[in-house]
Design a protein around this ligand. Structure first.
Ligand SMILES: [Zn+2]
Length: 174
């Protein structure tokens, strides 16, 4: 398998695409992608994503400056950079709760390499009841409804809930 395809879900910045709501919704098909696209005021095509290194990218990830920067510096991951973590990446990390593990993940990526990292990271987002992979924003398991969904949710669930709250309020005014 070409390396670019193997690493499709290992994002340049250090995020794991497998825990992204849009990636999972794209993979699963059904209504979930449409619902998410509406919430983000995007077309379905602009919400669809098959991972950082794929040709089908969420609009926001299509315009990723980290990918361009890493390509220019001939690096696979930000964590390999002499400037890691740069101010831009620090601001990016602090912006959203699903990026809570970014430092740990990025450093682990650098230490063990993309393939080994990709083999171990799904456990962080796996449902303890049914082993389904959940998004960082799933507060109950997307497959079986079991709470709390994963080690990530156990550690960061409160921050995720807080981040989702204003969005829920907005939705109630629609
Ligand atoms: Zn489950």
């Amino acid at each position: 398998m070409p390396e670019s395809l193997t690493l499709q879900k290992a994002a340049v910045c250090g995020l794991w695409c497998g825990a992204c709501s849009l990636y999972l919704a794209t993979l699963e098909g059904g209504d979930r992608l449409e619902t998410l696209a509406k919430r983000l005021a995007l077309s379905i095509e602009d919400a669809r994503c098959q991972g950082c290194r794929s040709d089908t990218l969420f609009q926001h990830c299509r315009a990723c400056s980290f990918r361009d920067c890493a390509a220019e510096r001939k690096l696979q991951f930000c964590a390999e950079c002499v400037d890691f973590p740069c101010e831009k990446l620090q601001a990016f990390q602090a912006e959203k709760p699903h990026r809570a593990d970014l430092w740990r993940d990025a450093q682990r990526l650098r230490d063990v390499g993309g393939e080994a990292w990709l083999a171990e990271i799904p456990a962080r987002y796996a449902c303890p009841a049914c082993t389904a992979t959940n998004s960082a924003y799933d507060l109950t398991c997307r497959a079986c409804g079991h709470p709390p969904v994963s080690p990530f949710a156990l550690e960061h669930g409160e921050a995720v809930k807080t981040a989702l709250r204003p969005r829920a309020k907005e939705a109630s005014h629609e």
